[in-house]
Structures are given as structure tokens and as C-alpha cells.
Ligand binder design. Structure first.
Ligand code: SAH
Ligand code: SF4
Length: 380
């Protein structure tokens, strides 16, 4: 690409490949080192617009701003919670689709340094249709492009957040646990991971990235081959097919035995531990039978169980298992030989579970939402 296409939106900096950028620059008679100045420069945590690329000559800077978009995200509405330790964004894309991402900061504790987790979306909506999930209830919008996936991370990496600092050295994680089923969009998700890895861009190591799946078996096998360093989390949520068919409807296509077999292949081939996610729903999947089933499924291989209290969606017929019930369930699993933790629930007050803020804002412009939030004193 030496000249830009006149149809479709201008390419964003997050998605342009360095060869195309090099060709575009060289067609303008620019030296080769400009590629790095533009690409690395636009990924620096203090750079908020193309105007901040002050090591470029002014004329080139304005050409770059005309030829490329700084982001595929056209607007964001951000609200904070947990005393500023959690922030959630609804992002609007060029065609009006909306997606969510969340920033969670964790203070240093004991020997553990301060950490940051950024939760991002892989699709606008989701077709899997899990009945406890706000995104699933809203249905499928469209696939996100690699640039739209990367731009969610860049949103938090850039001012005023600059949350990753030097992403190459910080303590942080990127998790595909926002809207969408990442392995139903694997080509673009894998490309986004490669862009995030690129040392000329953010340089985020694959071991800092987690893909969470409802159990798309072929996608899990592709991860073994193509992204063996990326972490895998499987949303299990039930130990019997009858219950999982209801909670995670994709189970009718790939039942528990096949999902667990794929998880074991991943653990065996990569030598790394697989997380099994388990949303705890009161009186439904928190029974002794489910616990014993889980022990059978998760014992004897490199797995780790992550219990997540349900964050009920508006109008939900279910509520989360109370703390005492979660502790009982956890003890039984531990007695059965499993490695288990309970996930801390961040941002309940801002509807941080997948898809909820988006649902709440539907039908309102993000500007309107922002003004209303400032009015109510919840904006950050
Ligand atoms: N589609 C992928 C990744 C996005 S969902 C998946 O399902 O794994 C990320 C996680 O959030 C999943 O484990 C999902 O089950 C969980 N989740 C969805 N809705 C939730 C809710 N209301 N309360 C708690 N966790 C929820
Ligand atoms: Fe989709 Fe995951 Fe929500 Fe299920 S839990 S509907 S797979 S986003």
C-alpha cells in the first residue's frame, strides 16, 4: 500500500503493518528510521495524539494525521469504581457498534508488586447466548478487527491513564474476558495477539495474555499450534452436560468430555496450567454433585479452578452463591485434591460483568451518558 485506499476508513496505527507504513513513508521520500519513529512513537504511554510525535517534522506529522487514524475507537465513556482502582469503558467504533473494556489495578501486597489487568472484548456482542451473561443476552453484533481489539489496550495505555507504563517491563495482564467469544473470531484475535507482542509496538509478552473460551475445541487446538505461550482459561460453569447445555449452550456442540480433553492437550503440549472458570449460581451449579463431578474432571492434570460469584444481570432469575456456600464448595474441591481460588469481584457498582454497562447505556449517546454521569458524580 503506497497510496491509501479511498474507500473505507483510513487505517489505524494499531492495525497498519510496518511494511505498508514503510512503503507509504518511502513514497514520500522519508528515511527508513521514520517507520520506528511513527510506530514506536504512537505506542508511547505519554502520546495522546499524532501532535505529540514531536520528533517528526511538522509537515510529515500532519500528513500522518491525514492518512491514518490514531485509533479505531471514536468515543469512550469511562466510569470508575473501587476508589479509582477499577475503571470501565464503553467504546464506540466507527460504525456505531459499542464494546467494553475494563482496567483493574491491584496494589502491591507482600512480595507481590503492583499489578494491572486489562479486560478486553473480542466481538461486539456474542452468539453463544449464555443465559447468565449480559453480552449473551444482547446477541451478536459483529466480529472485531485486530485494530479494534488492540485499541482497547491502547485506550488504557495512553493518557490520561498511561496504565501500563513501559508495557515491556511492567506487571500486568491482558485478558480476553470482555464481550464476545474470542475463539469464534480466532484469526483476528490471533493477529491482535501478534500485534500486542510486536516489540516495535507495545511488546506485551504472550505469557501476560489470557484467552478465555466457552469451549470452542478447534480454536483451543489452534492455540496449541499458533500461540502456545498464551494462557488458556475455559469457562466450565457445570460438571454435567445436562446443566452445561443450559448454562453454556455451545456445550451441545462440544460437550464437557471434548472440552476437558482439549484443555488437557493444551496443558500437556505447552506444560502450562489451564484455568477452569466456574461462575457460582445459587442452588444451581453449587451442589455436592457438581463439586464431585468437577473433582473428577479437573483432577490429575495441570488445571486450576477459579470460582467467580455470579454478578446477576438485571432481571436475572438467578442470584450468586452466598460467601459461605462458595467457601463450602471450595473446601470440598480442595479436599478432592484440586487447586482452587475465588476471584475477587471488581467493580460491581459499575456493572463490570461482561456486557452490563453496555446494556444499561443502550439507546443513549456516549456524550449524553458522560454528562449524566458527571451530574451524578460517578464519572472519573
Ligand atoms: N466468551 C468467553 C470470554 C468472555 S466472558 C467466555 O465465556 O469465556 C468472560 C467470563 O465472564 C466468562 O468466564 C463468563 O462466564 C463470565 N461471566 C459472564 N457473565 C457473568 C456474570 N453475570 N457474572 C459473573 N461472571 C460472568
Ligand atoms: Fe459469550 Fe462468554 Fe457471555 Fe457466554 S459468557 S455469552 S460465551 S461472552
Amino acid at each position: 500500500m503506497t497510496e491509501l485506499s479511498l474507500v473505507g476508513p483510513r487505517p489505524a496505527i494499531s492495525e497498519i503493518d510496518s511494511a505498508s507504513l514503510a512503503a507509504w513513508l518511502s513514497a514520500r521520500g522519508e528515511p527508513a528510521y521514520r517507520v520506528d519513529q511513527v510506530l514506536s512513537g504512537a505506542h508511547r504511554p505519554e502520546v495522546a495524539t499524532f501532535d505529540d510525535l514531536t520528533d517528526l517534522p511538522a509537515a510529515l506529522r500532519s500528513d500522518v494525521a491525514l492518512a491514518f487514524r490514531f485509533s479505531t475507537i471514536v468515543d469512550s465513556h469511562v466510569i470508575g469504581a473501587d476508589g479509582g482502582m477499577t475503571a470501565k469503558a464503553v467504546h464506540e467504533l466507527a460504525d456505531g457498534q459499542r464494546i467494553e473494556s475494563v482496567l483493574m489495578r491491584y496494589a502491591a501486597r507482600g512480595a507481590m508488586a503492583e499489578r494491572t489487568t486489562i479486560c478486553i472484548s473480542s466481538q461486539a456482542g456474542c452468539a453463544v447466548n449464555c443465559p447468565f451473561c449480559a453480552t449473551g443476552q444482547a446477541g451478536f453484533g459483529r466480529q472485531l478487527t485486530p485494530g479494534e481489539i488492540v485499541d482497547q489496550v491502547l485506550h488504557w495505555h495512553r493518557p490520561p491513564w498511561s496504565a501500563l507504563g513501559d508495557a515491556k517491563t511492567g506487571h500486568y495482564n491482558i485478558v480476553f474476558m470482555g464481550m464476545g467469544e474470542p475463539l469464534n473470531n480466532s484469526d483476528r484475535v490471533f493477529e491482535a495477539v501478534r500485534l500486542l507482542n510486536d516489540p516495535q509496538r507495545l511488546g506485551i509478552g504472550a505469557r501476560h495474555i489470557t484467552v478465555s473460551t466457552s469451549g470452542v475445541v478447534p480454536g483451543m487446538d489452534r492455540m496449541i499450534e499458533e500461540l502456545p505461550q498464551v494462557n488458556l482459561a475455559i469457562s466450565l460453569h457445570a460438571a454435567t452436560d445436562a446443566l452445561r447445555d443450559e448454562l453454556v449452550p455451545i456445550n451441545r456442540k462440544w460437550p464437557i468430555s471434548e472440552v476437558i480433553a482439549a484443555g488437557r492437550r493444551f496443558a500437556d503440549r505447552t506444560g502450562r496450567r489451564v484455568s477452569l472458570e466456574y461462575v457460582m449460581i445459587d442452588g444451581l451449579n453449587d451442589t455436592v454433585e457438581q463439586a464431585d463431578g468437577l473433582i473428577m474432571l479437573a483432577r490429575g492434570w495441570r488445571s486450576h479452578l477459579n470460582l467467580i460469584p455470579l454478578n446477576p444481570t438485571p432481571g436475572s432469575r438467578w442470584s450468586g452463591t452466598p460467601t459461605a456456600g462458595i467457601e463450602r464448595f471450595m473446601r470440598r474441591l480442595r479436599d478432592g485434591g484440586l487447586s482452587v481460588t475465588v476471584r475477587d469481584t471488581r467493580g460491581r457498582e459499575i456493572d463490570a460483568a461482561c456486557g452490563q454497562l453496555h446494556a444499561q447505556l443502550s439507546g443513549r449517546s456516549l456524550r449524553e451518558a458522560r454528562e449524566a454521569a458527571v451530574f451524578a458524580g460517578t464519572s472519573s
